[in-house]
Design a protein around this ligand. Structure first.
Ligand SMILES: C[S@@+](CC[C@H](N)C(=O)[O-])C[C@H]1O[C@@H](n2cnc3c(N)ncnc32)[C@H](O)[C@@H]1O
Length: 257
């Protein structure tokens, strides 16, 4: 087992917190992020009431989740990120803690969302085992994580994580089969695996990294078209390799005593 990188992540995200507020400040980027959220939220079973956003960051997704499920809890290792969330989801139930050591009793939640936080941790099985522990036996874990199935994306991502000060060199994307195996090792049974995000992800998702759309007139309308095109690409067996994210859902495998 590798040592925790908790302190590194706290330092990194202290510096990143203001960038996230900037990222979500454009209509076109919010449009894209809301579509990404919808892709995950459609997997939430109607019966799920107690929900957790694990690695909620600045709370942009949590705000939508809390509107659907009042009382939704957000957890993040970075207090600096959580402080920004005040503007999106004032009065939310927030916890500063390490996802590898969740401070909740067993069976606390019906659903856990995790949008882009697993790949920041070192001990993925431990992270996921914690999720299994705090979920009800019929609960569901819904994750979206960087997909590395495409070798060009894998290579570009590896370079970016190594050279950019906005990432940690130990951050990593996942092959789809790899994330499925991790979930199985942590006691989950996979119930869904899909791909998400191509052009709109690249051009509208992160204006703090790639801001070209800021200067394009009618960018929101353009992003709507890109989202539709991306959905078509991700639905095609031989094209979905172009996607940047893998979206998976799973439930704890065996009923626990
Ligand atoms: C890429 S950001 C995603 C934030 C948010 N989910 C979003 O989509 O805007 C990853 C988040 O994971 C958090 N994180 C990293 N390691 C963590 C850990 N061990 N436990 C809890 N949160 C962690 C970071 O502080 C950061 O807020």
């Amino acid at each position: 087992m590798s040592a925790s990188n908790a302190q590194d992540q706290i330092e990194l995200h202290k510096a990143l917190a203001p960038r996230y507020a900037y990222r979500y400040s454009f209509e076109f980027s919010r449009l894209f992020q809301e579509d990404w959220h919808a892709e995950m939220l459609r997997l939430l079973p109607p019966r799920s009431r107690r929900v957790l956003d694990l690695g909620c960051g600045t709370g942009f997704f949590l705000a939508e989740l809390a509107a659907l499920r009042p009382g939704a809890v957000g957890l993040d290792i970075s207090h600096a990120m959580l402080r920004v969330s005040e503007q999106y989801v004032p009065g939310a139930r927030l916890v500063t803690a390490d996802a590898e050591r969740l401070p909740f009793v067993d069976r606390s939640f019906d659903a856990i969302f995790c949008k882009g936080s697993l790949h920041h941790t070192r001990d993925h099985v431990r992270f996921l085992s914690n999720c299994a522990r705090v979920l009800e036996p019929d609960g569901v874990l819904i994750m979206s994580e960087p997909c590395n199935d495409n070798f060009l994306i894998r290579w570009a991502r590896a370079v970016m994580y190594k050279v950019s000060p906005h990432f940690h060199p130990d951050d990593k994307g996942f092959m789809k089969d790899e994330i499925v195996e991790l979930m199985e090792r942590a006691g989950f049974e996979l119930t869904y695996a899909g791909r998400y995000g191509v052009l709109a992800y690249l051009l509208a998702g992160f204006p703090d990294h790639l801001g070209v759309l800021k200067w394009v007139p009618g960018n929101a309308a353009l992003v709507r078209r890109m989202i539709a095109l991306d959905r078509w690409v991700c639905s095609k067996r031989f094209l979905r390799i172009l996607s940047f994210q893998v979206v998976v859902a799973g439930k704890p495998r065996a009923p626990r005593a």
